[in-house]
Design a protein around this ligand. Sequence first.
Ligand code: NDP
Length: 508
Amino acid sequence: MSSDIRVVRSTCDRQENRSLASEPQAEPVVFVVFGASGDLATRKLMPALYDLFICGRLPETFCVLGAARTQLSDEHFRRAAEQGLQADSDRDLSRLDEFCDRLYYQAIKYDSRSSYDTLAGKLASLEKTKGIGGNRVYYLAVPPTLYTSIVENLGKSGLAEQGDKGIGWRRIIIEKPFGSDLNSALYLDRAVHEHFDEDQIFRIDHYLAKDTVQNVLVFRLANAIFEPIWNRHFIEHVSITASETLGVEQRAGYYEQAGVIRDMFQNHMLQLLALTAMEPPTLFEAERVRDEKVKVLRSLRPLPKDKLHDHLVLGQYGPGNLEGKTLAGYRQEPGVAPDSLTATYARMQLFIDNWRWRGVPFYLTSGKRMTRKKTEIVVQFKEVPHSVFNNFLGEHSTANRLVIGIQPDQSISLTFQTKSPGVGFQLQPVSMYFDYKSDFAQTPKLDAYAKVLLDCLLGDQLLFWRQDGVEQSWSFLTPILEGCETCPDRADRLQIYPSASAGPDVLL
Ligand code: NDP
């Protein structure tokens, strides 16, 4: 049973209708996309830039310079972008030509210095002819193995220089993963910092720009009633789940090396944990918010090496059935070793050693090929300290539960006890339910990628990882990964679960 929450719509309307003039405006810029021929560039970046363009969030004087090994003319690049944009039949394509006129392409070799000299020439010429002052974003939409090479070449070619030389700002966006363990993350960081300062570096986790993710802090900190009970005195445990129905798809090459902990825990899961557990910052501002998130990551209790599997369940999807269709197991997927021990599912119990959370278990669960696609945060409250209804019920009453749906359900529900109607005396849990999509009728115009790109153009790093956060997350996870990957009974520890199921049978 559920009861709706009525949204006072005028508030939403006021914000939606707020004039763009009151919003900060991005400055003229060249957006350089390394790996412009790839999947991310075509499927996510071009649509995000186009969506920003048509809703007036990009300056008239901007252009995109695609760079990759594939030999393409500007015209070919434009047609490829066009096709990517046309793939979404709901998209307003009325300004497609105008947008595509701003796209250019330069074939490069990522590791060749002379390519960067050519690139510098093309950039200078574009900036001159288009009247763009020299602001540049470099987006690394390439496999992570290429990051250091590109960064070094940008630096050595003088393309990272900015600031007091009056040549415009230079920012670099680095895609996840930021390393594959603590050492590789530190190595990458040293390479990037050799040429870019921290305020030029934008480590992207587009997940953080989802409205429902941002709403975690709003819910907690813009309402007076939740924060006082957001602690070990009232909360029994917290579960954060990100399950998907998809398997590894075309990403076996990457996934075989990564597995679920590197793919999901190092970034999205720990970010959701940090948002749920952090202390209120004094202001909603990049450094203060990121300071508080880092404190949470620093307070994570290391999992005990000798009892790792008391706190961690690993699984891998086997064959299964969905609506009469046979689904291949992970080891049968193209590009996956037939004896692969890569985990596609993990459930971790962890504790935050600070005053607020001492003793409250946090369960982080993520898996592929599960029954449902769902990302949610469940806050399970404690039972009432003394049930006055025990003489009627003879049992404990169900404790309150708050569920924050991140995707695809974008919702918040709070369950509580009510008396069932009628002469008898029975309690029944019901829930108050808020649904983003139906209660805020206008679907959000900008997706998460568009929002983070805009933030980068505006120089706002709030939604981006700071280096100390990356280091803390790897400091926590690297010993766990080493423990799992060198464990003598690694194969026995990996539970094979059927595709399209709820995951392994044996849980924590
Ligand atoms: P792709 O595999 O599509 O690679 C992007 C481009 O990089 C390719 O078009 C290719 O361009 C070049 N490239 C690929 N492999 C090599 C290689 N071995 N050596 C040299 N160049 C190569 O990657 P994606 O676009 O999927 O992802 C880019 C980055 O974004 C990755 O770091 C990924 O982890 C991250 N990411 C991707 C997401 C997605 O949805 N795709 C989501 C989140 C993160 P060319 O040959 O023309 O140079």
